[in-house]
Design a protein around this ligand. Structure first.
Ligand SMILES: Cc1ncc(COP(=O)(O)O)c(C=O)c1O
Length: 397
């Protein structure tokens, strides 16, 4: 054991604590939902969960997971190509492909792993990768793992810059354009119509990470492409099973059969990491079935977002604009976001403060997230509490 390593790390952690930037993890002692039991804080209103559709503790989702555990045990105990896979994996993949209108789908143990599968596997030494500067960390890291001929990070949502960069790519080179559908820290939606047009003009492949769009955007929750009436125009959709679709864990790729089969053959997270737990495959199928049967849940998110945005503004805060389930309220310094988050929790509302390095220095924020399960009263309380807490954090800082 290295004593000096521990000493150095302790000093760094202590410095973060002194600066007020140390993250604190909170224990939850009940299933995820609009309210949870939090030891030391009692019953707390949750505004920081990705359980957008309110399905994490849905009886049919739980029952399907339990049934999957009973029928298949804990898991494959190896990667798919070594030890096989269970029927629920294939059934879930068929359901996801059918839902998103793709030829095929392939599941992974996380959307993080799915991005790390897609981007390096589709990139060759001649390829150009073009990526929005605010793309999720898993995309940033996946691009680091790929070895493209050129890596262009274009300014956030700047399609003119994207098109100008695409125009410079050599003719025969494969061009991969990667964007979040909904940007997780800003809550804004990628300008997909213009991105699709640029990709088509320049013969580029469009990869959209719709982890915060799936189940949230579009009349039936099919995500960012449905929101813009562009279904069928995204070449590769990456998304998560760890947010709207049950909230357990897991990710998937929805794309052509050729893409999915290539990933099955080549992608390192597929070849060297275990398959999704069958419990999760079964629970996620049930979550998707509830979404399809009850699309009104998606409409409830939109109504809740509008109500929360109104209430936040009425209480004197200025949320960043957007239509997704994410409503960020900028507060400035990291320490202030963390202090405001603590002050909210003291008042019985759980909303995480995000600071550097997750967001740029000086742009720290409280991120509020709306679920179909929130009541109007809960959203009003969240807005009022956020305003009080941000005010209190000013006085304290
Ligand atoms: C845009 C985006 N992509 C990927 C991920 C990773 O998802 P997972 O938890 O399934 O790895 C997240 C999670 O925060 C995300 O917001």
């Amino acid at each position: 054991m290295s004593v000096s390593l521990d000493r150095e790390l302790r000093a760094e952690l202590a410095a973060s604590e002194r600066e007020g930037t140390l993250k604190q993890l909170h224990m939850i002692d009940s299933p995820q939902g609009p309210e949870v039991e939090m030891p030391g804080h009692g019953r707390v209103l949750v505004m920081s969960s990705n359980d957008y559709l309110g399905l994490a503790a849905h009886p049919e989702v739980i029952e399907a997971g339990v049934e999957g555990l009973r029928r298949y045990g804990a898991g494959t105990a190896s990667v798919r190509f070594i030890c096989g896979l269970f029927a629920p994996h294939l059934l879930l993949e068929a359901d996801l492909a059918d839902f998103l209108g793709s030829e095929a789908a392939l599941t992974f143990s996380s959307a993080w792993a799915a991005n790390e599968a897609v981007i390096p596997s589709l990139c060759d030494g001649e390829s150009w990768i073009l990526s929005d500067e605010l793309n999720h960390a898993s995309i940033v890291d996946a691009i680091r793992l790929a070895r493209p001929a050129a890596k262009i990070v274009y300014p956030h949502a700047d399609v003119d810059a994207l098109a100008a960069a695409l125009a410079k790519a050599p003719r025969g080179a494969r061009k991969l354009v990667v964007t979040d559908g909904v940007f997780s820290m800003e809550g804004d939606i990628a300008p997909l119509p213009a991105i699709v047009a640029a990709c088509r003009e320049h013969g580029a492949v469009l990869i959209v990470d719709d982890s915060h769009g799936t189940g949230v955007l579009g009349a039936s929750g099919r995500g960012t492409a449905e929101h813009f009436d562009l279904q069928g125009e995204v070449d590769v959709t990456v998304s998560t099973l760890g947010k709207a679709l049950g909230g357990a864990a897991g990710g998937f790729v929805a794309a052509s059969r050729a893409v999915c089969e290539t990933l099955e053959q080549r992608a390192r997270p597929q070849l060297f990491s275990n398959a999704l737990a069958p419990t999760v495959a079964c629970a996620s199928r049930a979550a998707l079935a509830v979404l399809r049967a009850e699309p009104e849940r998606v409409a409830r998110i939109a109504t809740g977002v509008a109500a929360l945005r109104n209430a936040v503004s009425e209480h004197g805060l200025a949320p960043l604009g957007g239509e997704s389930g994410i409503v960020p309220v900028l507060v400035g310094e990291t320490a202030r976001a963390i202090a405001a988050s603590h002050a909210m929790l003291e008042r019985g509302v759980f909303a995480t403060g995000f600071g550097y390095p997750v967001v740029p220095e000086g742009a720290a924020r409280i991120r509020l997230q709306v679920s179909a399960a929130h009541t109007p009263e809960q959203l009003e309380r969240a807005a009022r509490t956020a305003a009080e807490a941000v005010g209190a954090a000013v006085v304290e800082s």
